[in-house]
Design a protein around this ligand. Structure first.
Ligand code: C5P
Length: 397
């Protein structure tokens, strides 16, 4: 693969040489683009020696015949900025393109990764947190920073992740292990209409399911995203099916379930819906109002009962406010699913990170706090491993 390494101006820039060498050792073609400030920390000639080509520093360099940022962006399969200083994060987050590196970042539409490195106080600043969160929201992966000795001699959270860890993250980003698989993902909350203007809903944003669909598509799968109303953009490469109520969602999943190698129910499906849908807006009166609710279908349990063999692999979520593990285990047995991803409502709802427990045949595994995209990858790793055990359909299974 072609990996473009962006280097911005911080002390950790010297470690970018190790990253470039490590990526080369793993068989990738590497090119380097540096900020002017980075050249104060590490000589461009070092990268010429490691990659065989001089790094791009100056957009206006007469040696470049055309638009070098356009050419670099078209060449790259992945872009990794290491180190990413606070200044670089700020410029990248707001779409500034005033030098070779930021112009290339803005021109590149593939997977991108930032390895922040700065003094712990700069990383802790609300402005920097905002910029990092904005980049993540826009689809970038952030690796680190990690806790450790800083250039100032102090210890804190601001050190760049080690080059091997960054190279691992680049490879995870480039993985195409789900080519030929179909993954159906439900996401968001369902809306159960009461009348033409009101509905019963919940606080799900859809982020978890969208992250799974995004990563499944990026890893080569056909990703079908069945989503309740959500403000999120369709992940690149995913097929999106918009639904409103639980019953719409059940029907939409029913139409594609036979094609699926795996179905992940990340949606917050309403358990109840109003017994009747009023054709006119329900008018207020002085007294209390009683709503009659009826049960919605349990889509996941329905899939568990429908499935005759081990396919499609079924993954459910269990969002709990207490007795997380016990309830997740009970749900897994009752709904006949392969993996239950359990989490606490406080850790999962309306957040960008999640702390989850995987509950499967082998017991349970508690994961560290992860960005939802990183958790999506863990879930897809689990699915990929299970599908690997099952073999390809028609191959004696
Ligand atoms: O029982 P509980 O709602 O906690 O189960 C959560 C899991 O079941 C989630 O994966 C959710 O998407 C799925 N579910 C469903 N249909 C429902 C309720 C939940 O598929 N009516």
């Amino acid at each position: 693969m072609n990996v473009l390494v962006g280097v911005s101006g911080g002390v950790a820039a010297y470690k970018a040489a190790h990253l470039v060498r490590e990526l080369g050792r793993r068989g990738h073609a590497v090119r380097v683009v540096m900020t002017e400030a980075a050249t104060r920390f590490i000589g461009p000639v070092t990268f010429t020696g490691l990659t065989g080509a001089p790094p791009v520093v100056d957009l206006w360099d007469a040696r470049y015949a055309g638009e070098v940022h356009v050419e670099l962006a078209a060449w790259a399969d992945a872009l990794v900025v290491a180190p990413a200083t606070a200044n670089l994060l700020a410029r990248a987050a707001s779409g500034v393109a005033d030098d070779a590196l930021t112009a290339t970042i803005l021109c590149f539409d593939g997977p991108r990764l930032f390895a922040p490195a700065m003094h712990a106080r700069m990383w802790a600043q609300p402005a920097t947190r905002r910029n990092a969160a904005r980049l993540a929201e826009d689809g970038a992966i952030l690796v680190g920073p990690v806790e450790g000795a800083l250039a100032s001699g102090e210890v804190g959270l601001g050190r760049m992740a080690e080059p091997e860890a960054i190279a691992d993250a680049v490879e995870r980003l480039l993985r195409r292990d789900l080519v030929g698989r179909t993954v159906v993902v439900s996401a968001g909350g369902t809306c159960e209409d009461l009348d033409p203007v009101r509905f019963l809903g919940n606080r799900s944003t859809g982020r978890m399911g969208y992250a799974i669909a995004e990563r499944a598509a990026a890893r080569g799968a056909r990703a079908i995203l069945v989503t309740g109303p959500s403000a999120l953009a369709t992940p690149p490469g995913a097929e999106r099916v918009d639904v409103r109520s639980a019953r719409d969602m059940e029907a939409a999943i029913g139409r594609v379930r036979a094609e699926a190698d795996a179905i992940v129910m990340a949606a917050a499906v309403a358990d109840y819906r109003p017994a009747a849908l009023a054709t006119d807006k329900i008018a207020k009166s002085d007294g209390p109002l009683t709503l009659e609710l009826v049960r919605n279908p349990d889509i996941l349990a329905g899939l568990g009962a429908w499935r005759a063999g081990p396919r499609p692999v079924l993954v459910g979520f269990a969002l709990e406010t207490r007795d997380v593990l016990e309830r997740a285990r009970a749900k897994r047995a009752k709904k006949r699913v392969d993996l239950v991803v359990a989490n606490r409502a406080a850790d999962a709802l309306g957040t960008t990170t999640n702390r989850a427990i995987f509950v499967d045949d082998d017991g349970d595994e508690t994961l560290p706090e992860l960005d939802k995209r990183a958790l999506a990858d863990r879930i897809l790793d689990w699915i990929g491993a299970r599908l690997g055990q099952l073999g390809r359909p028609g191959a004696g299974n």
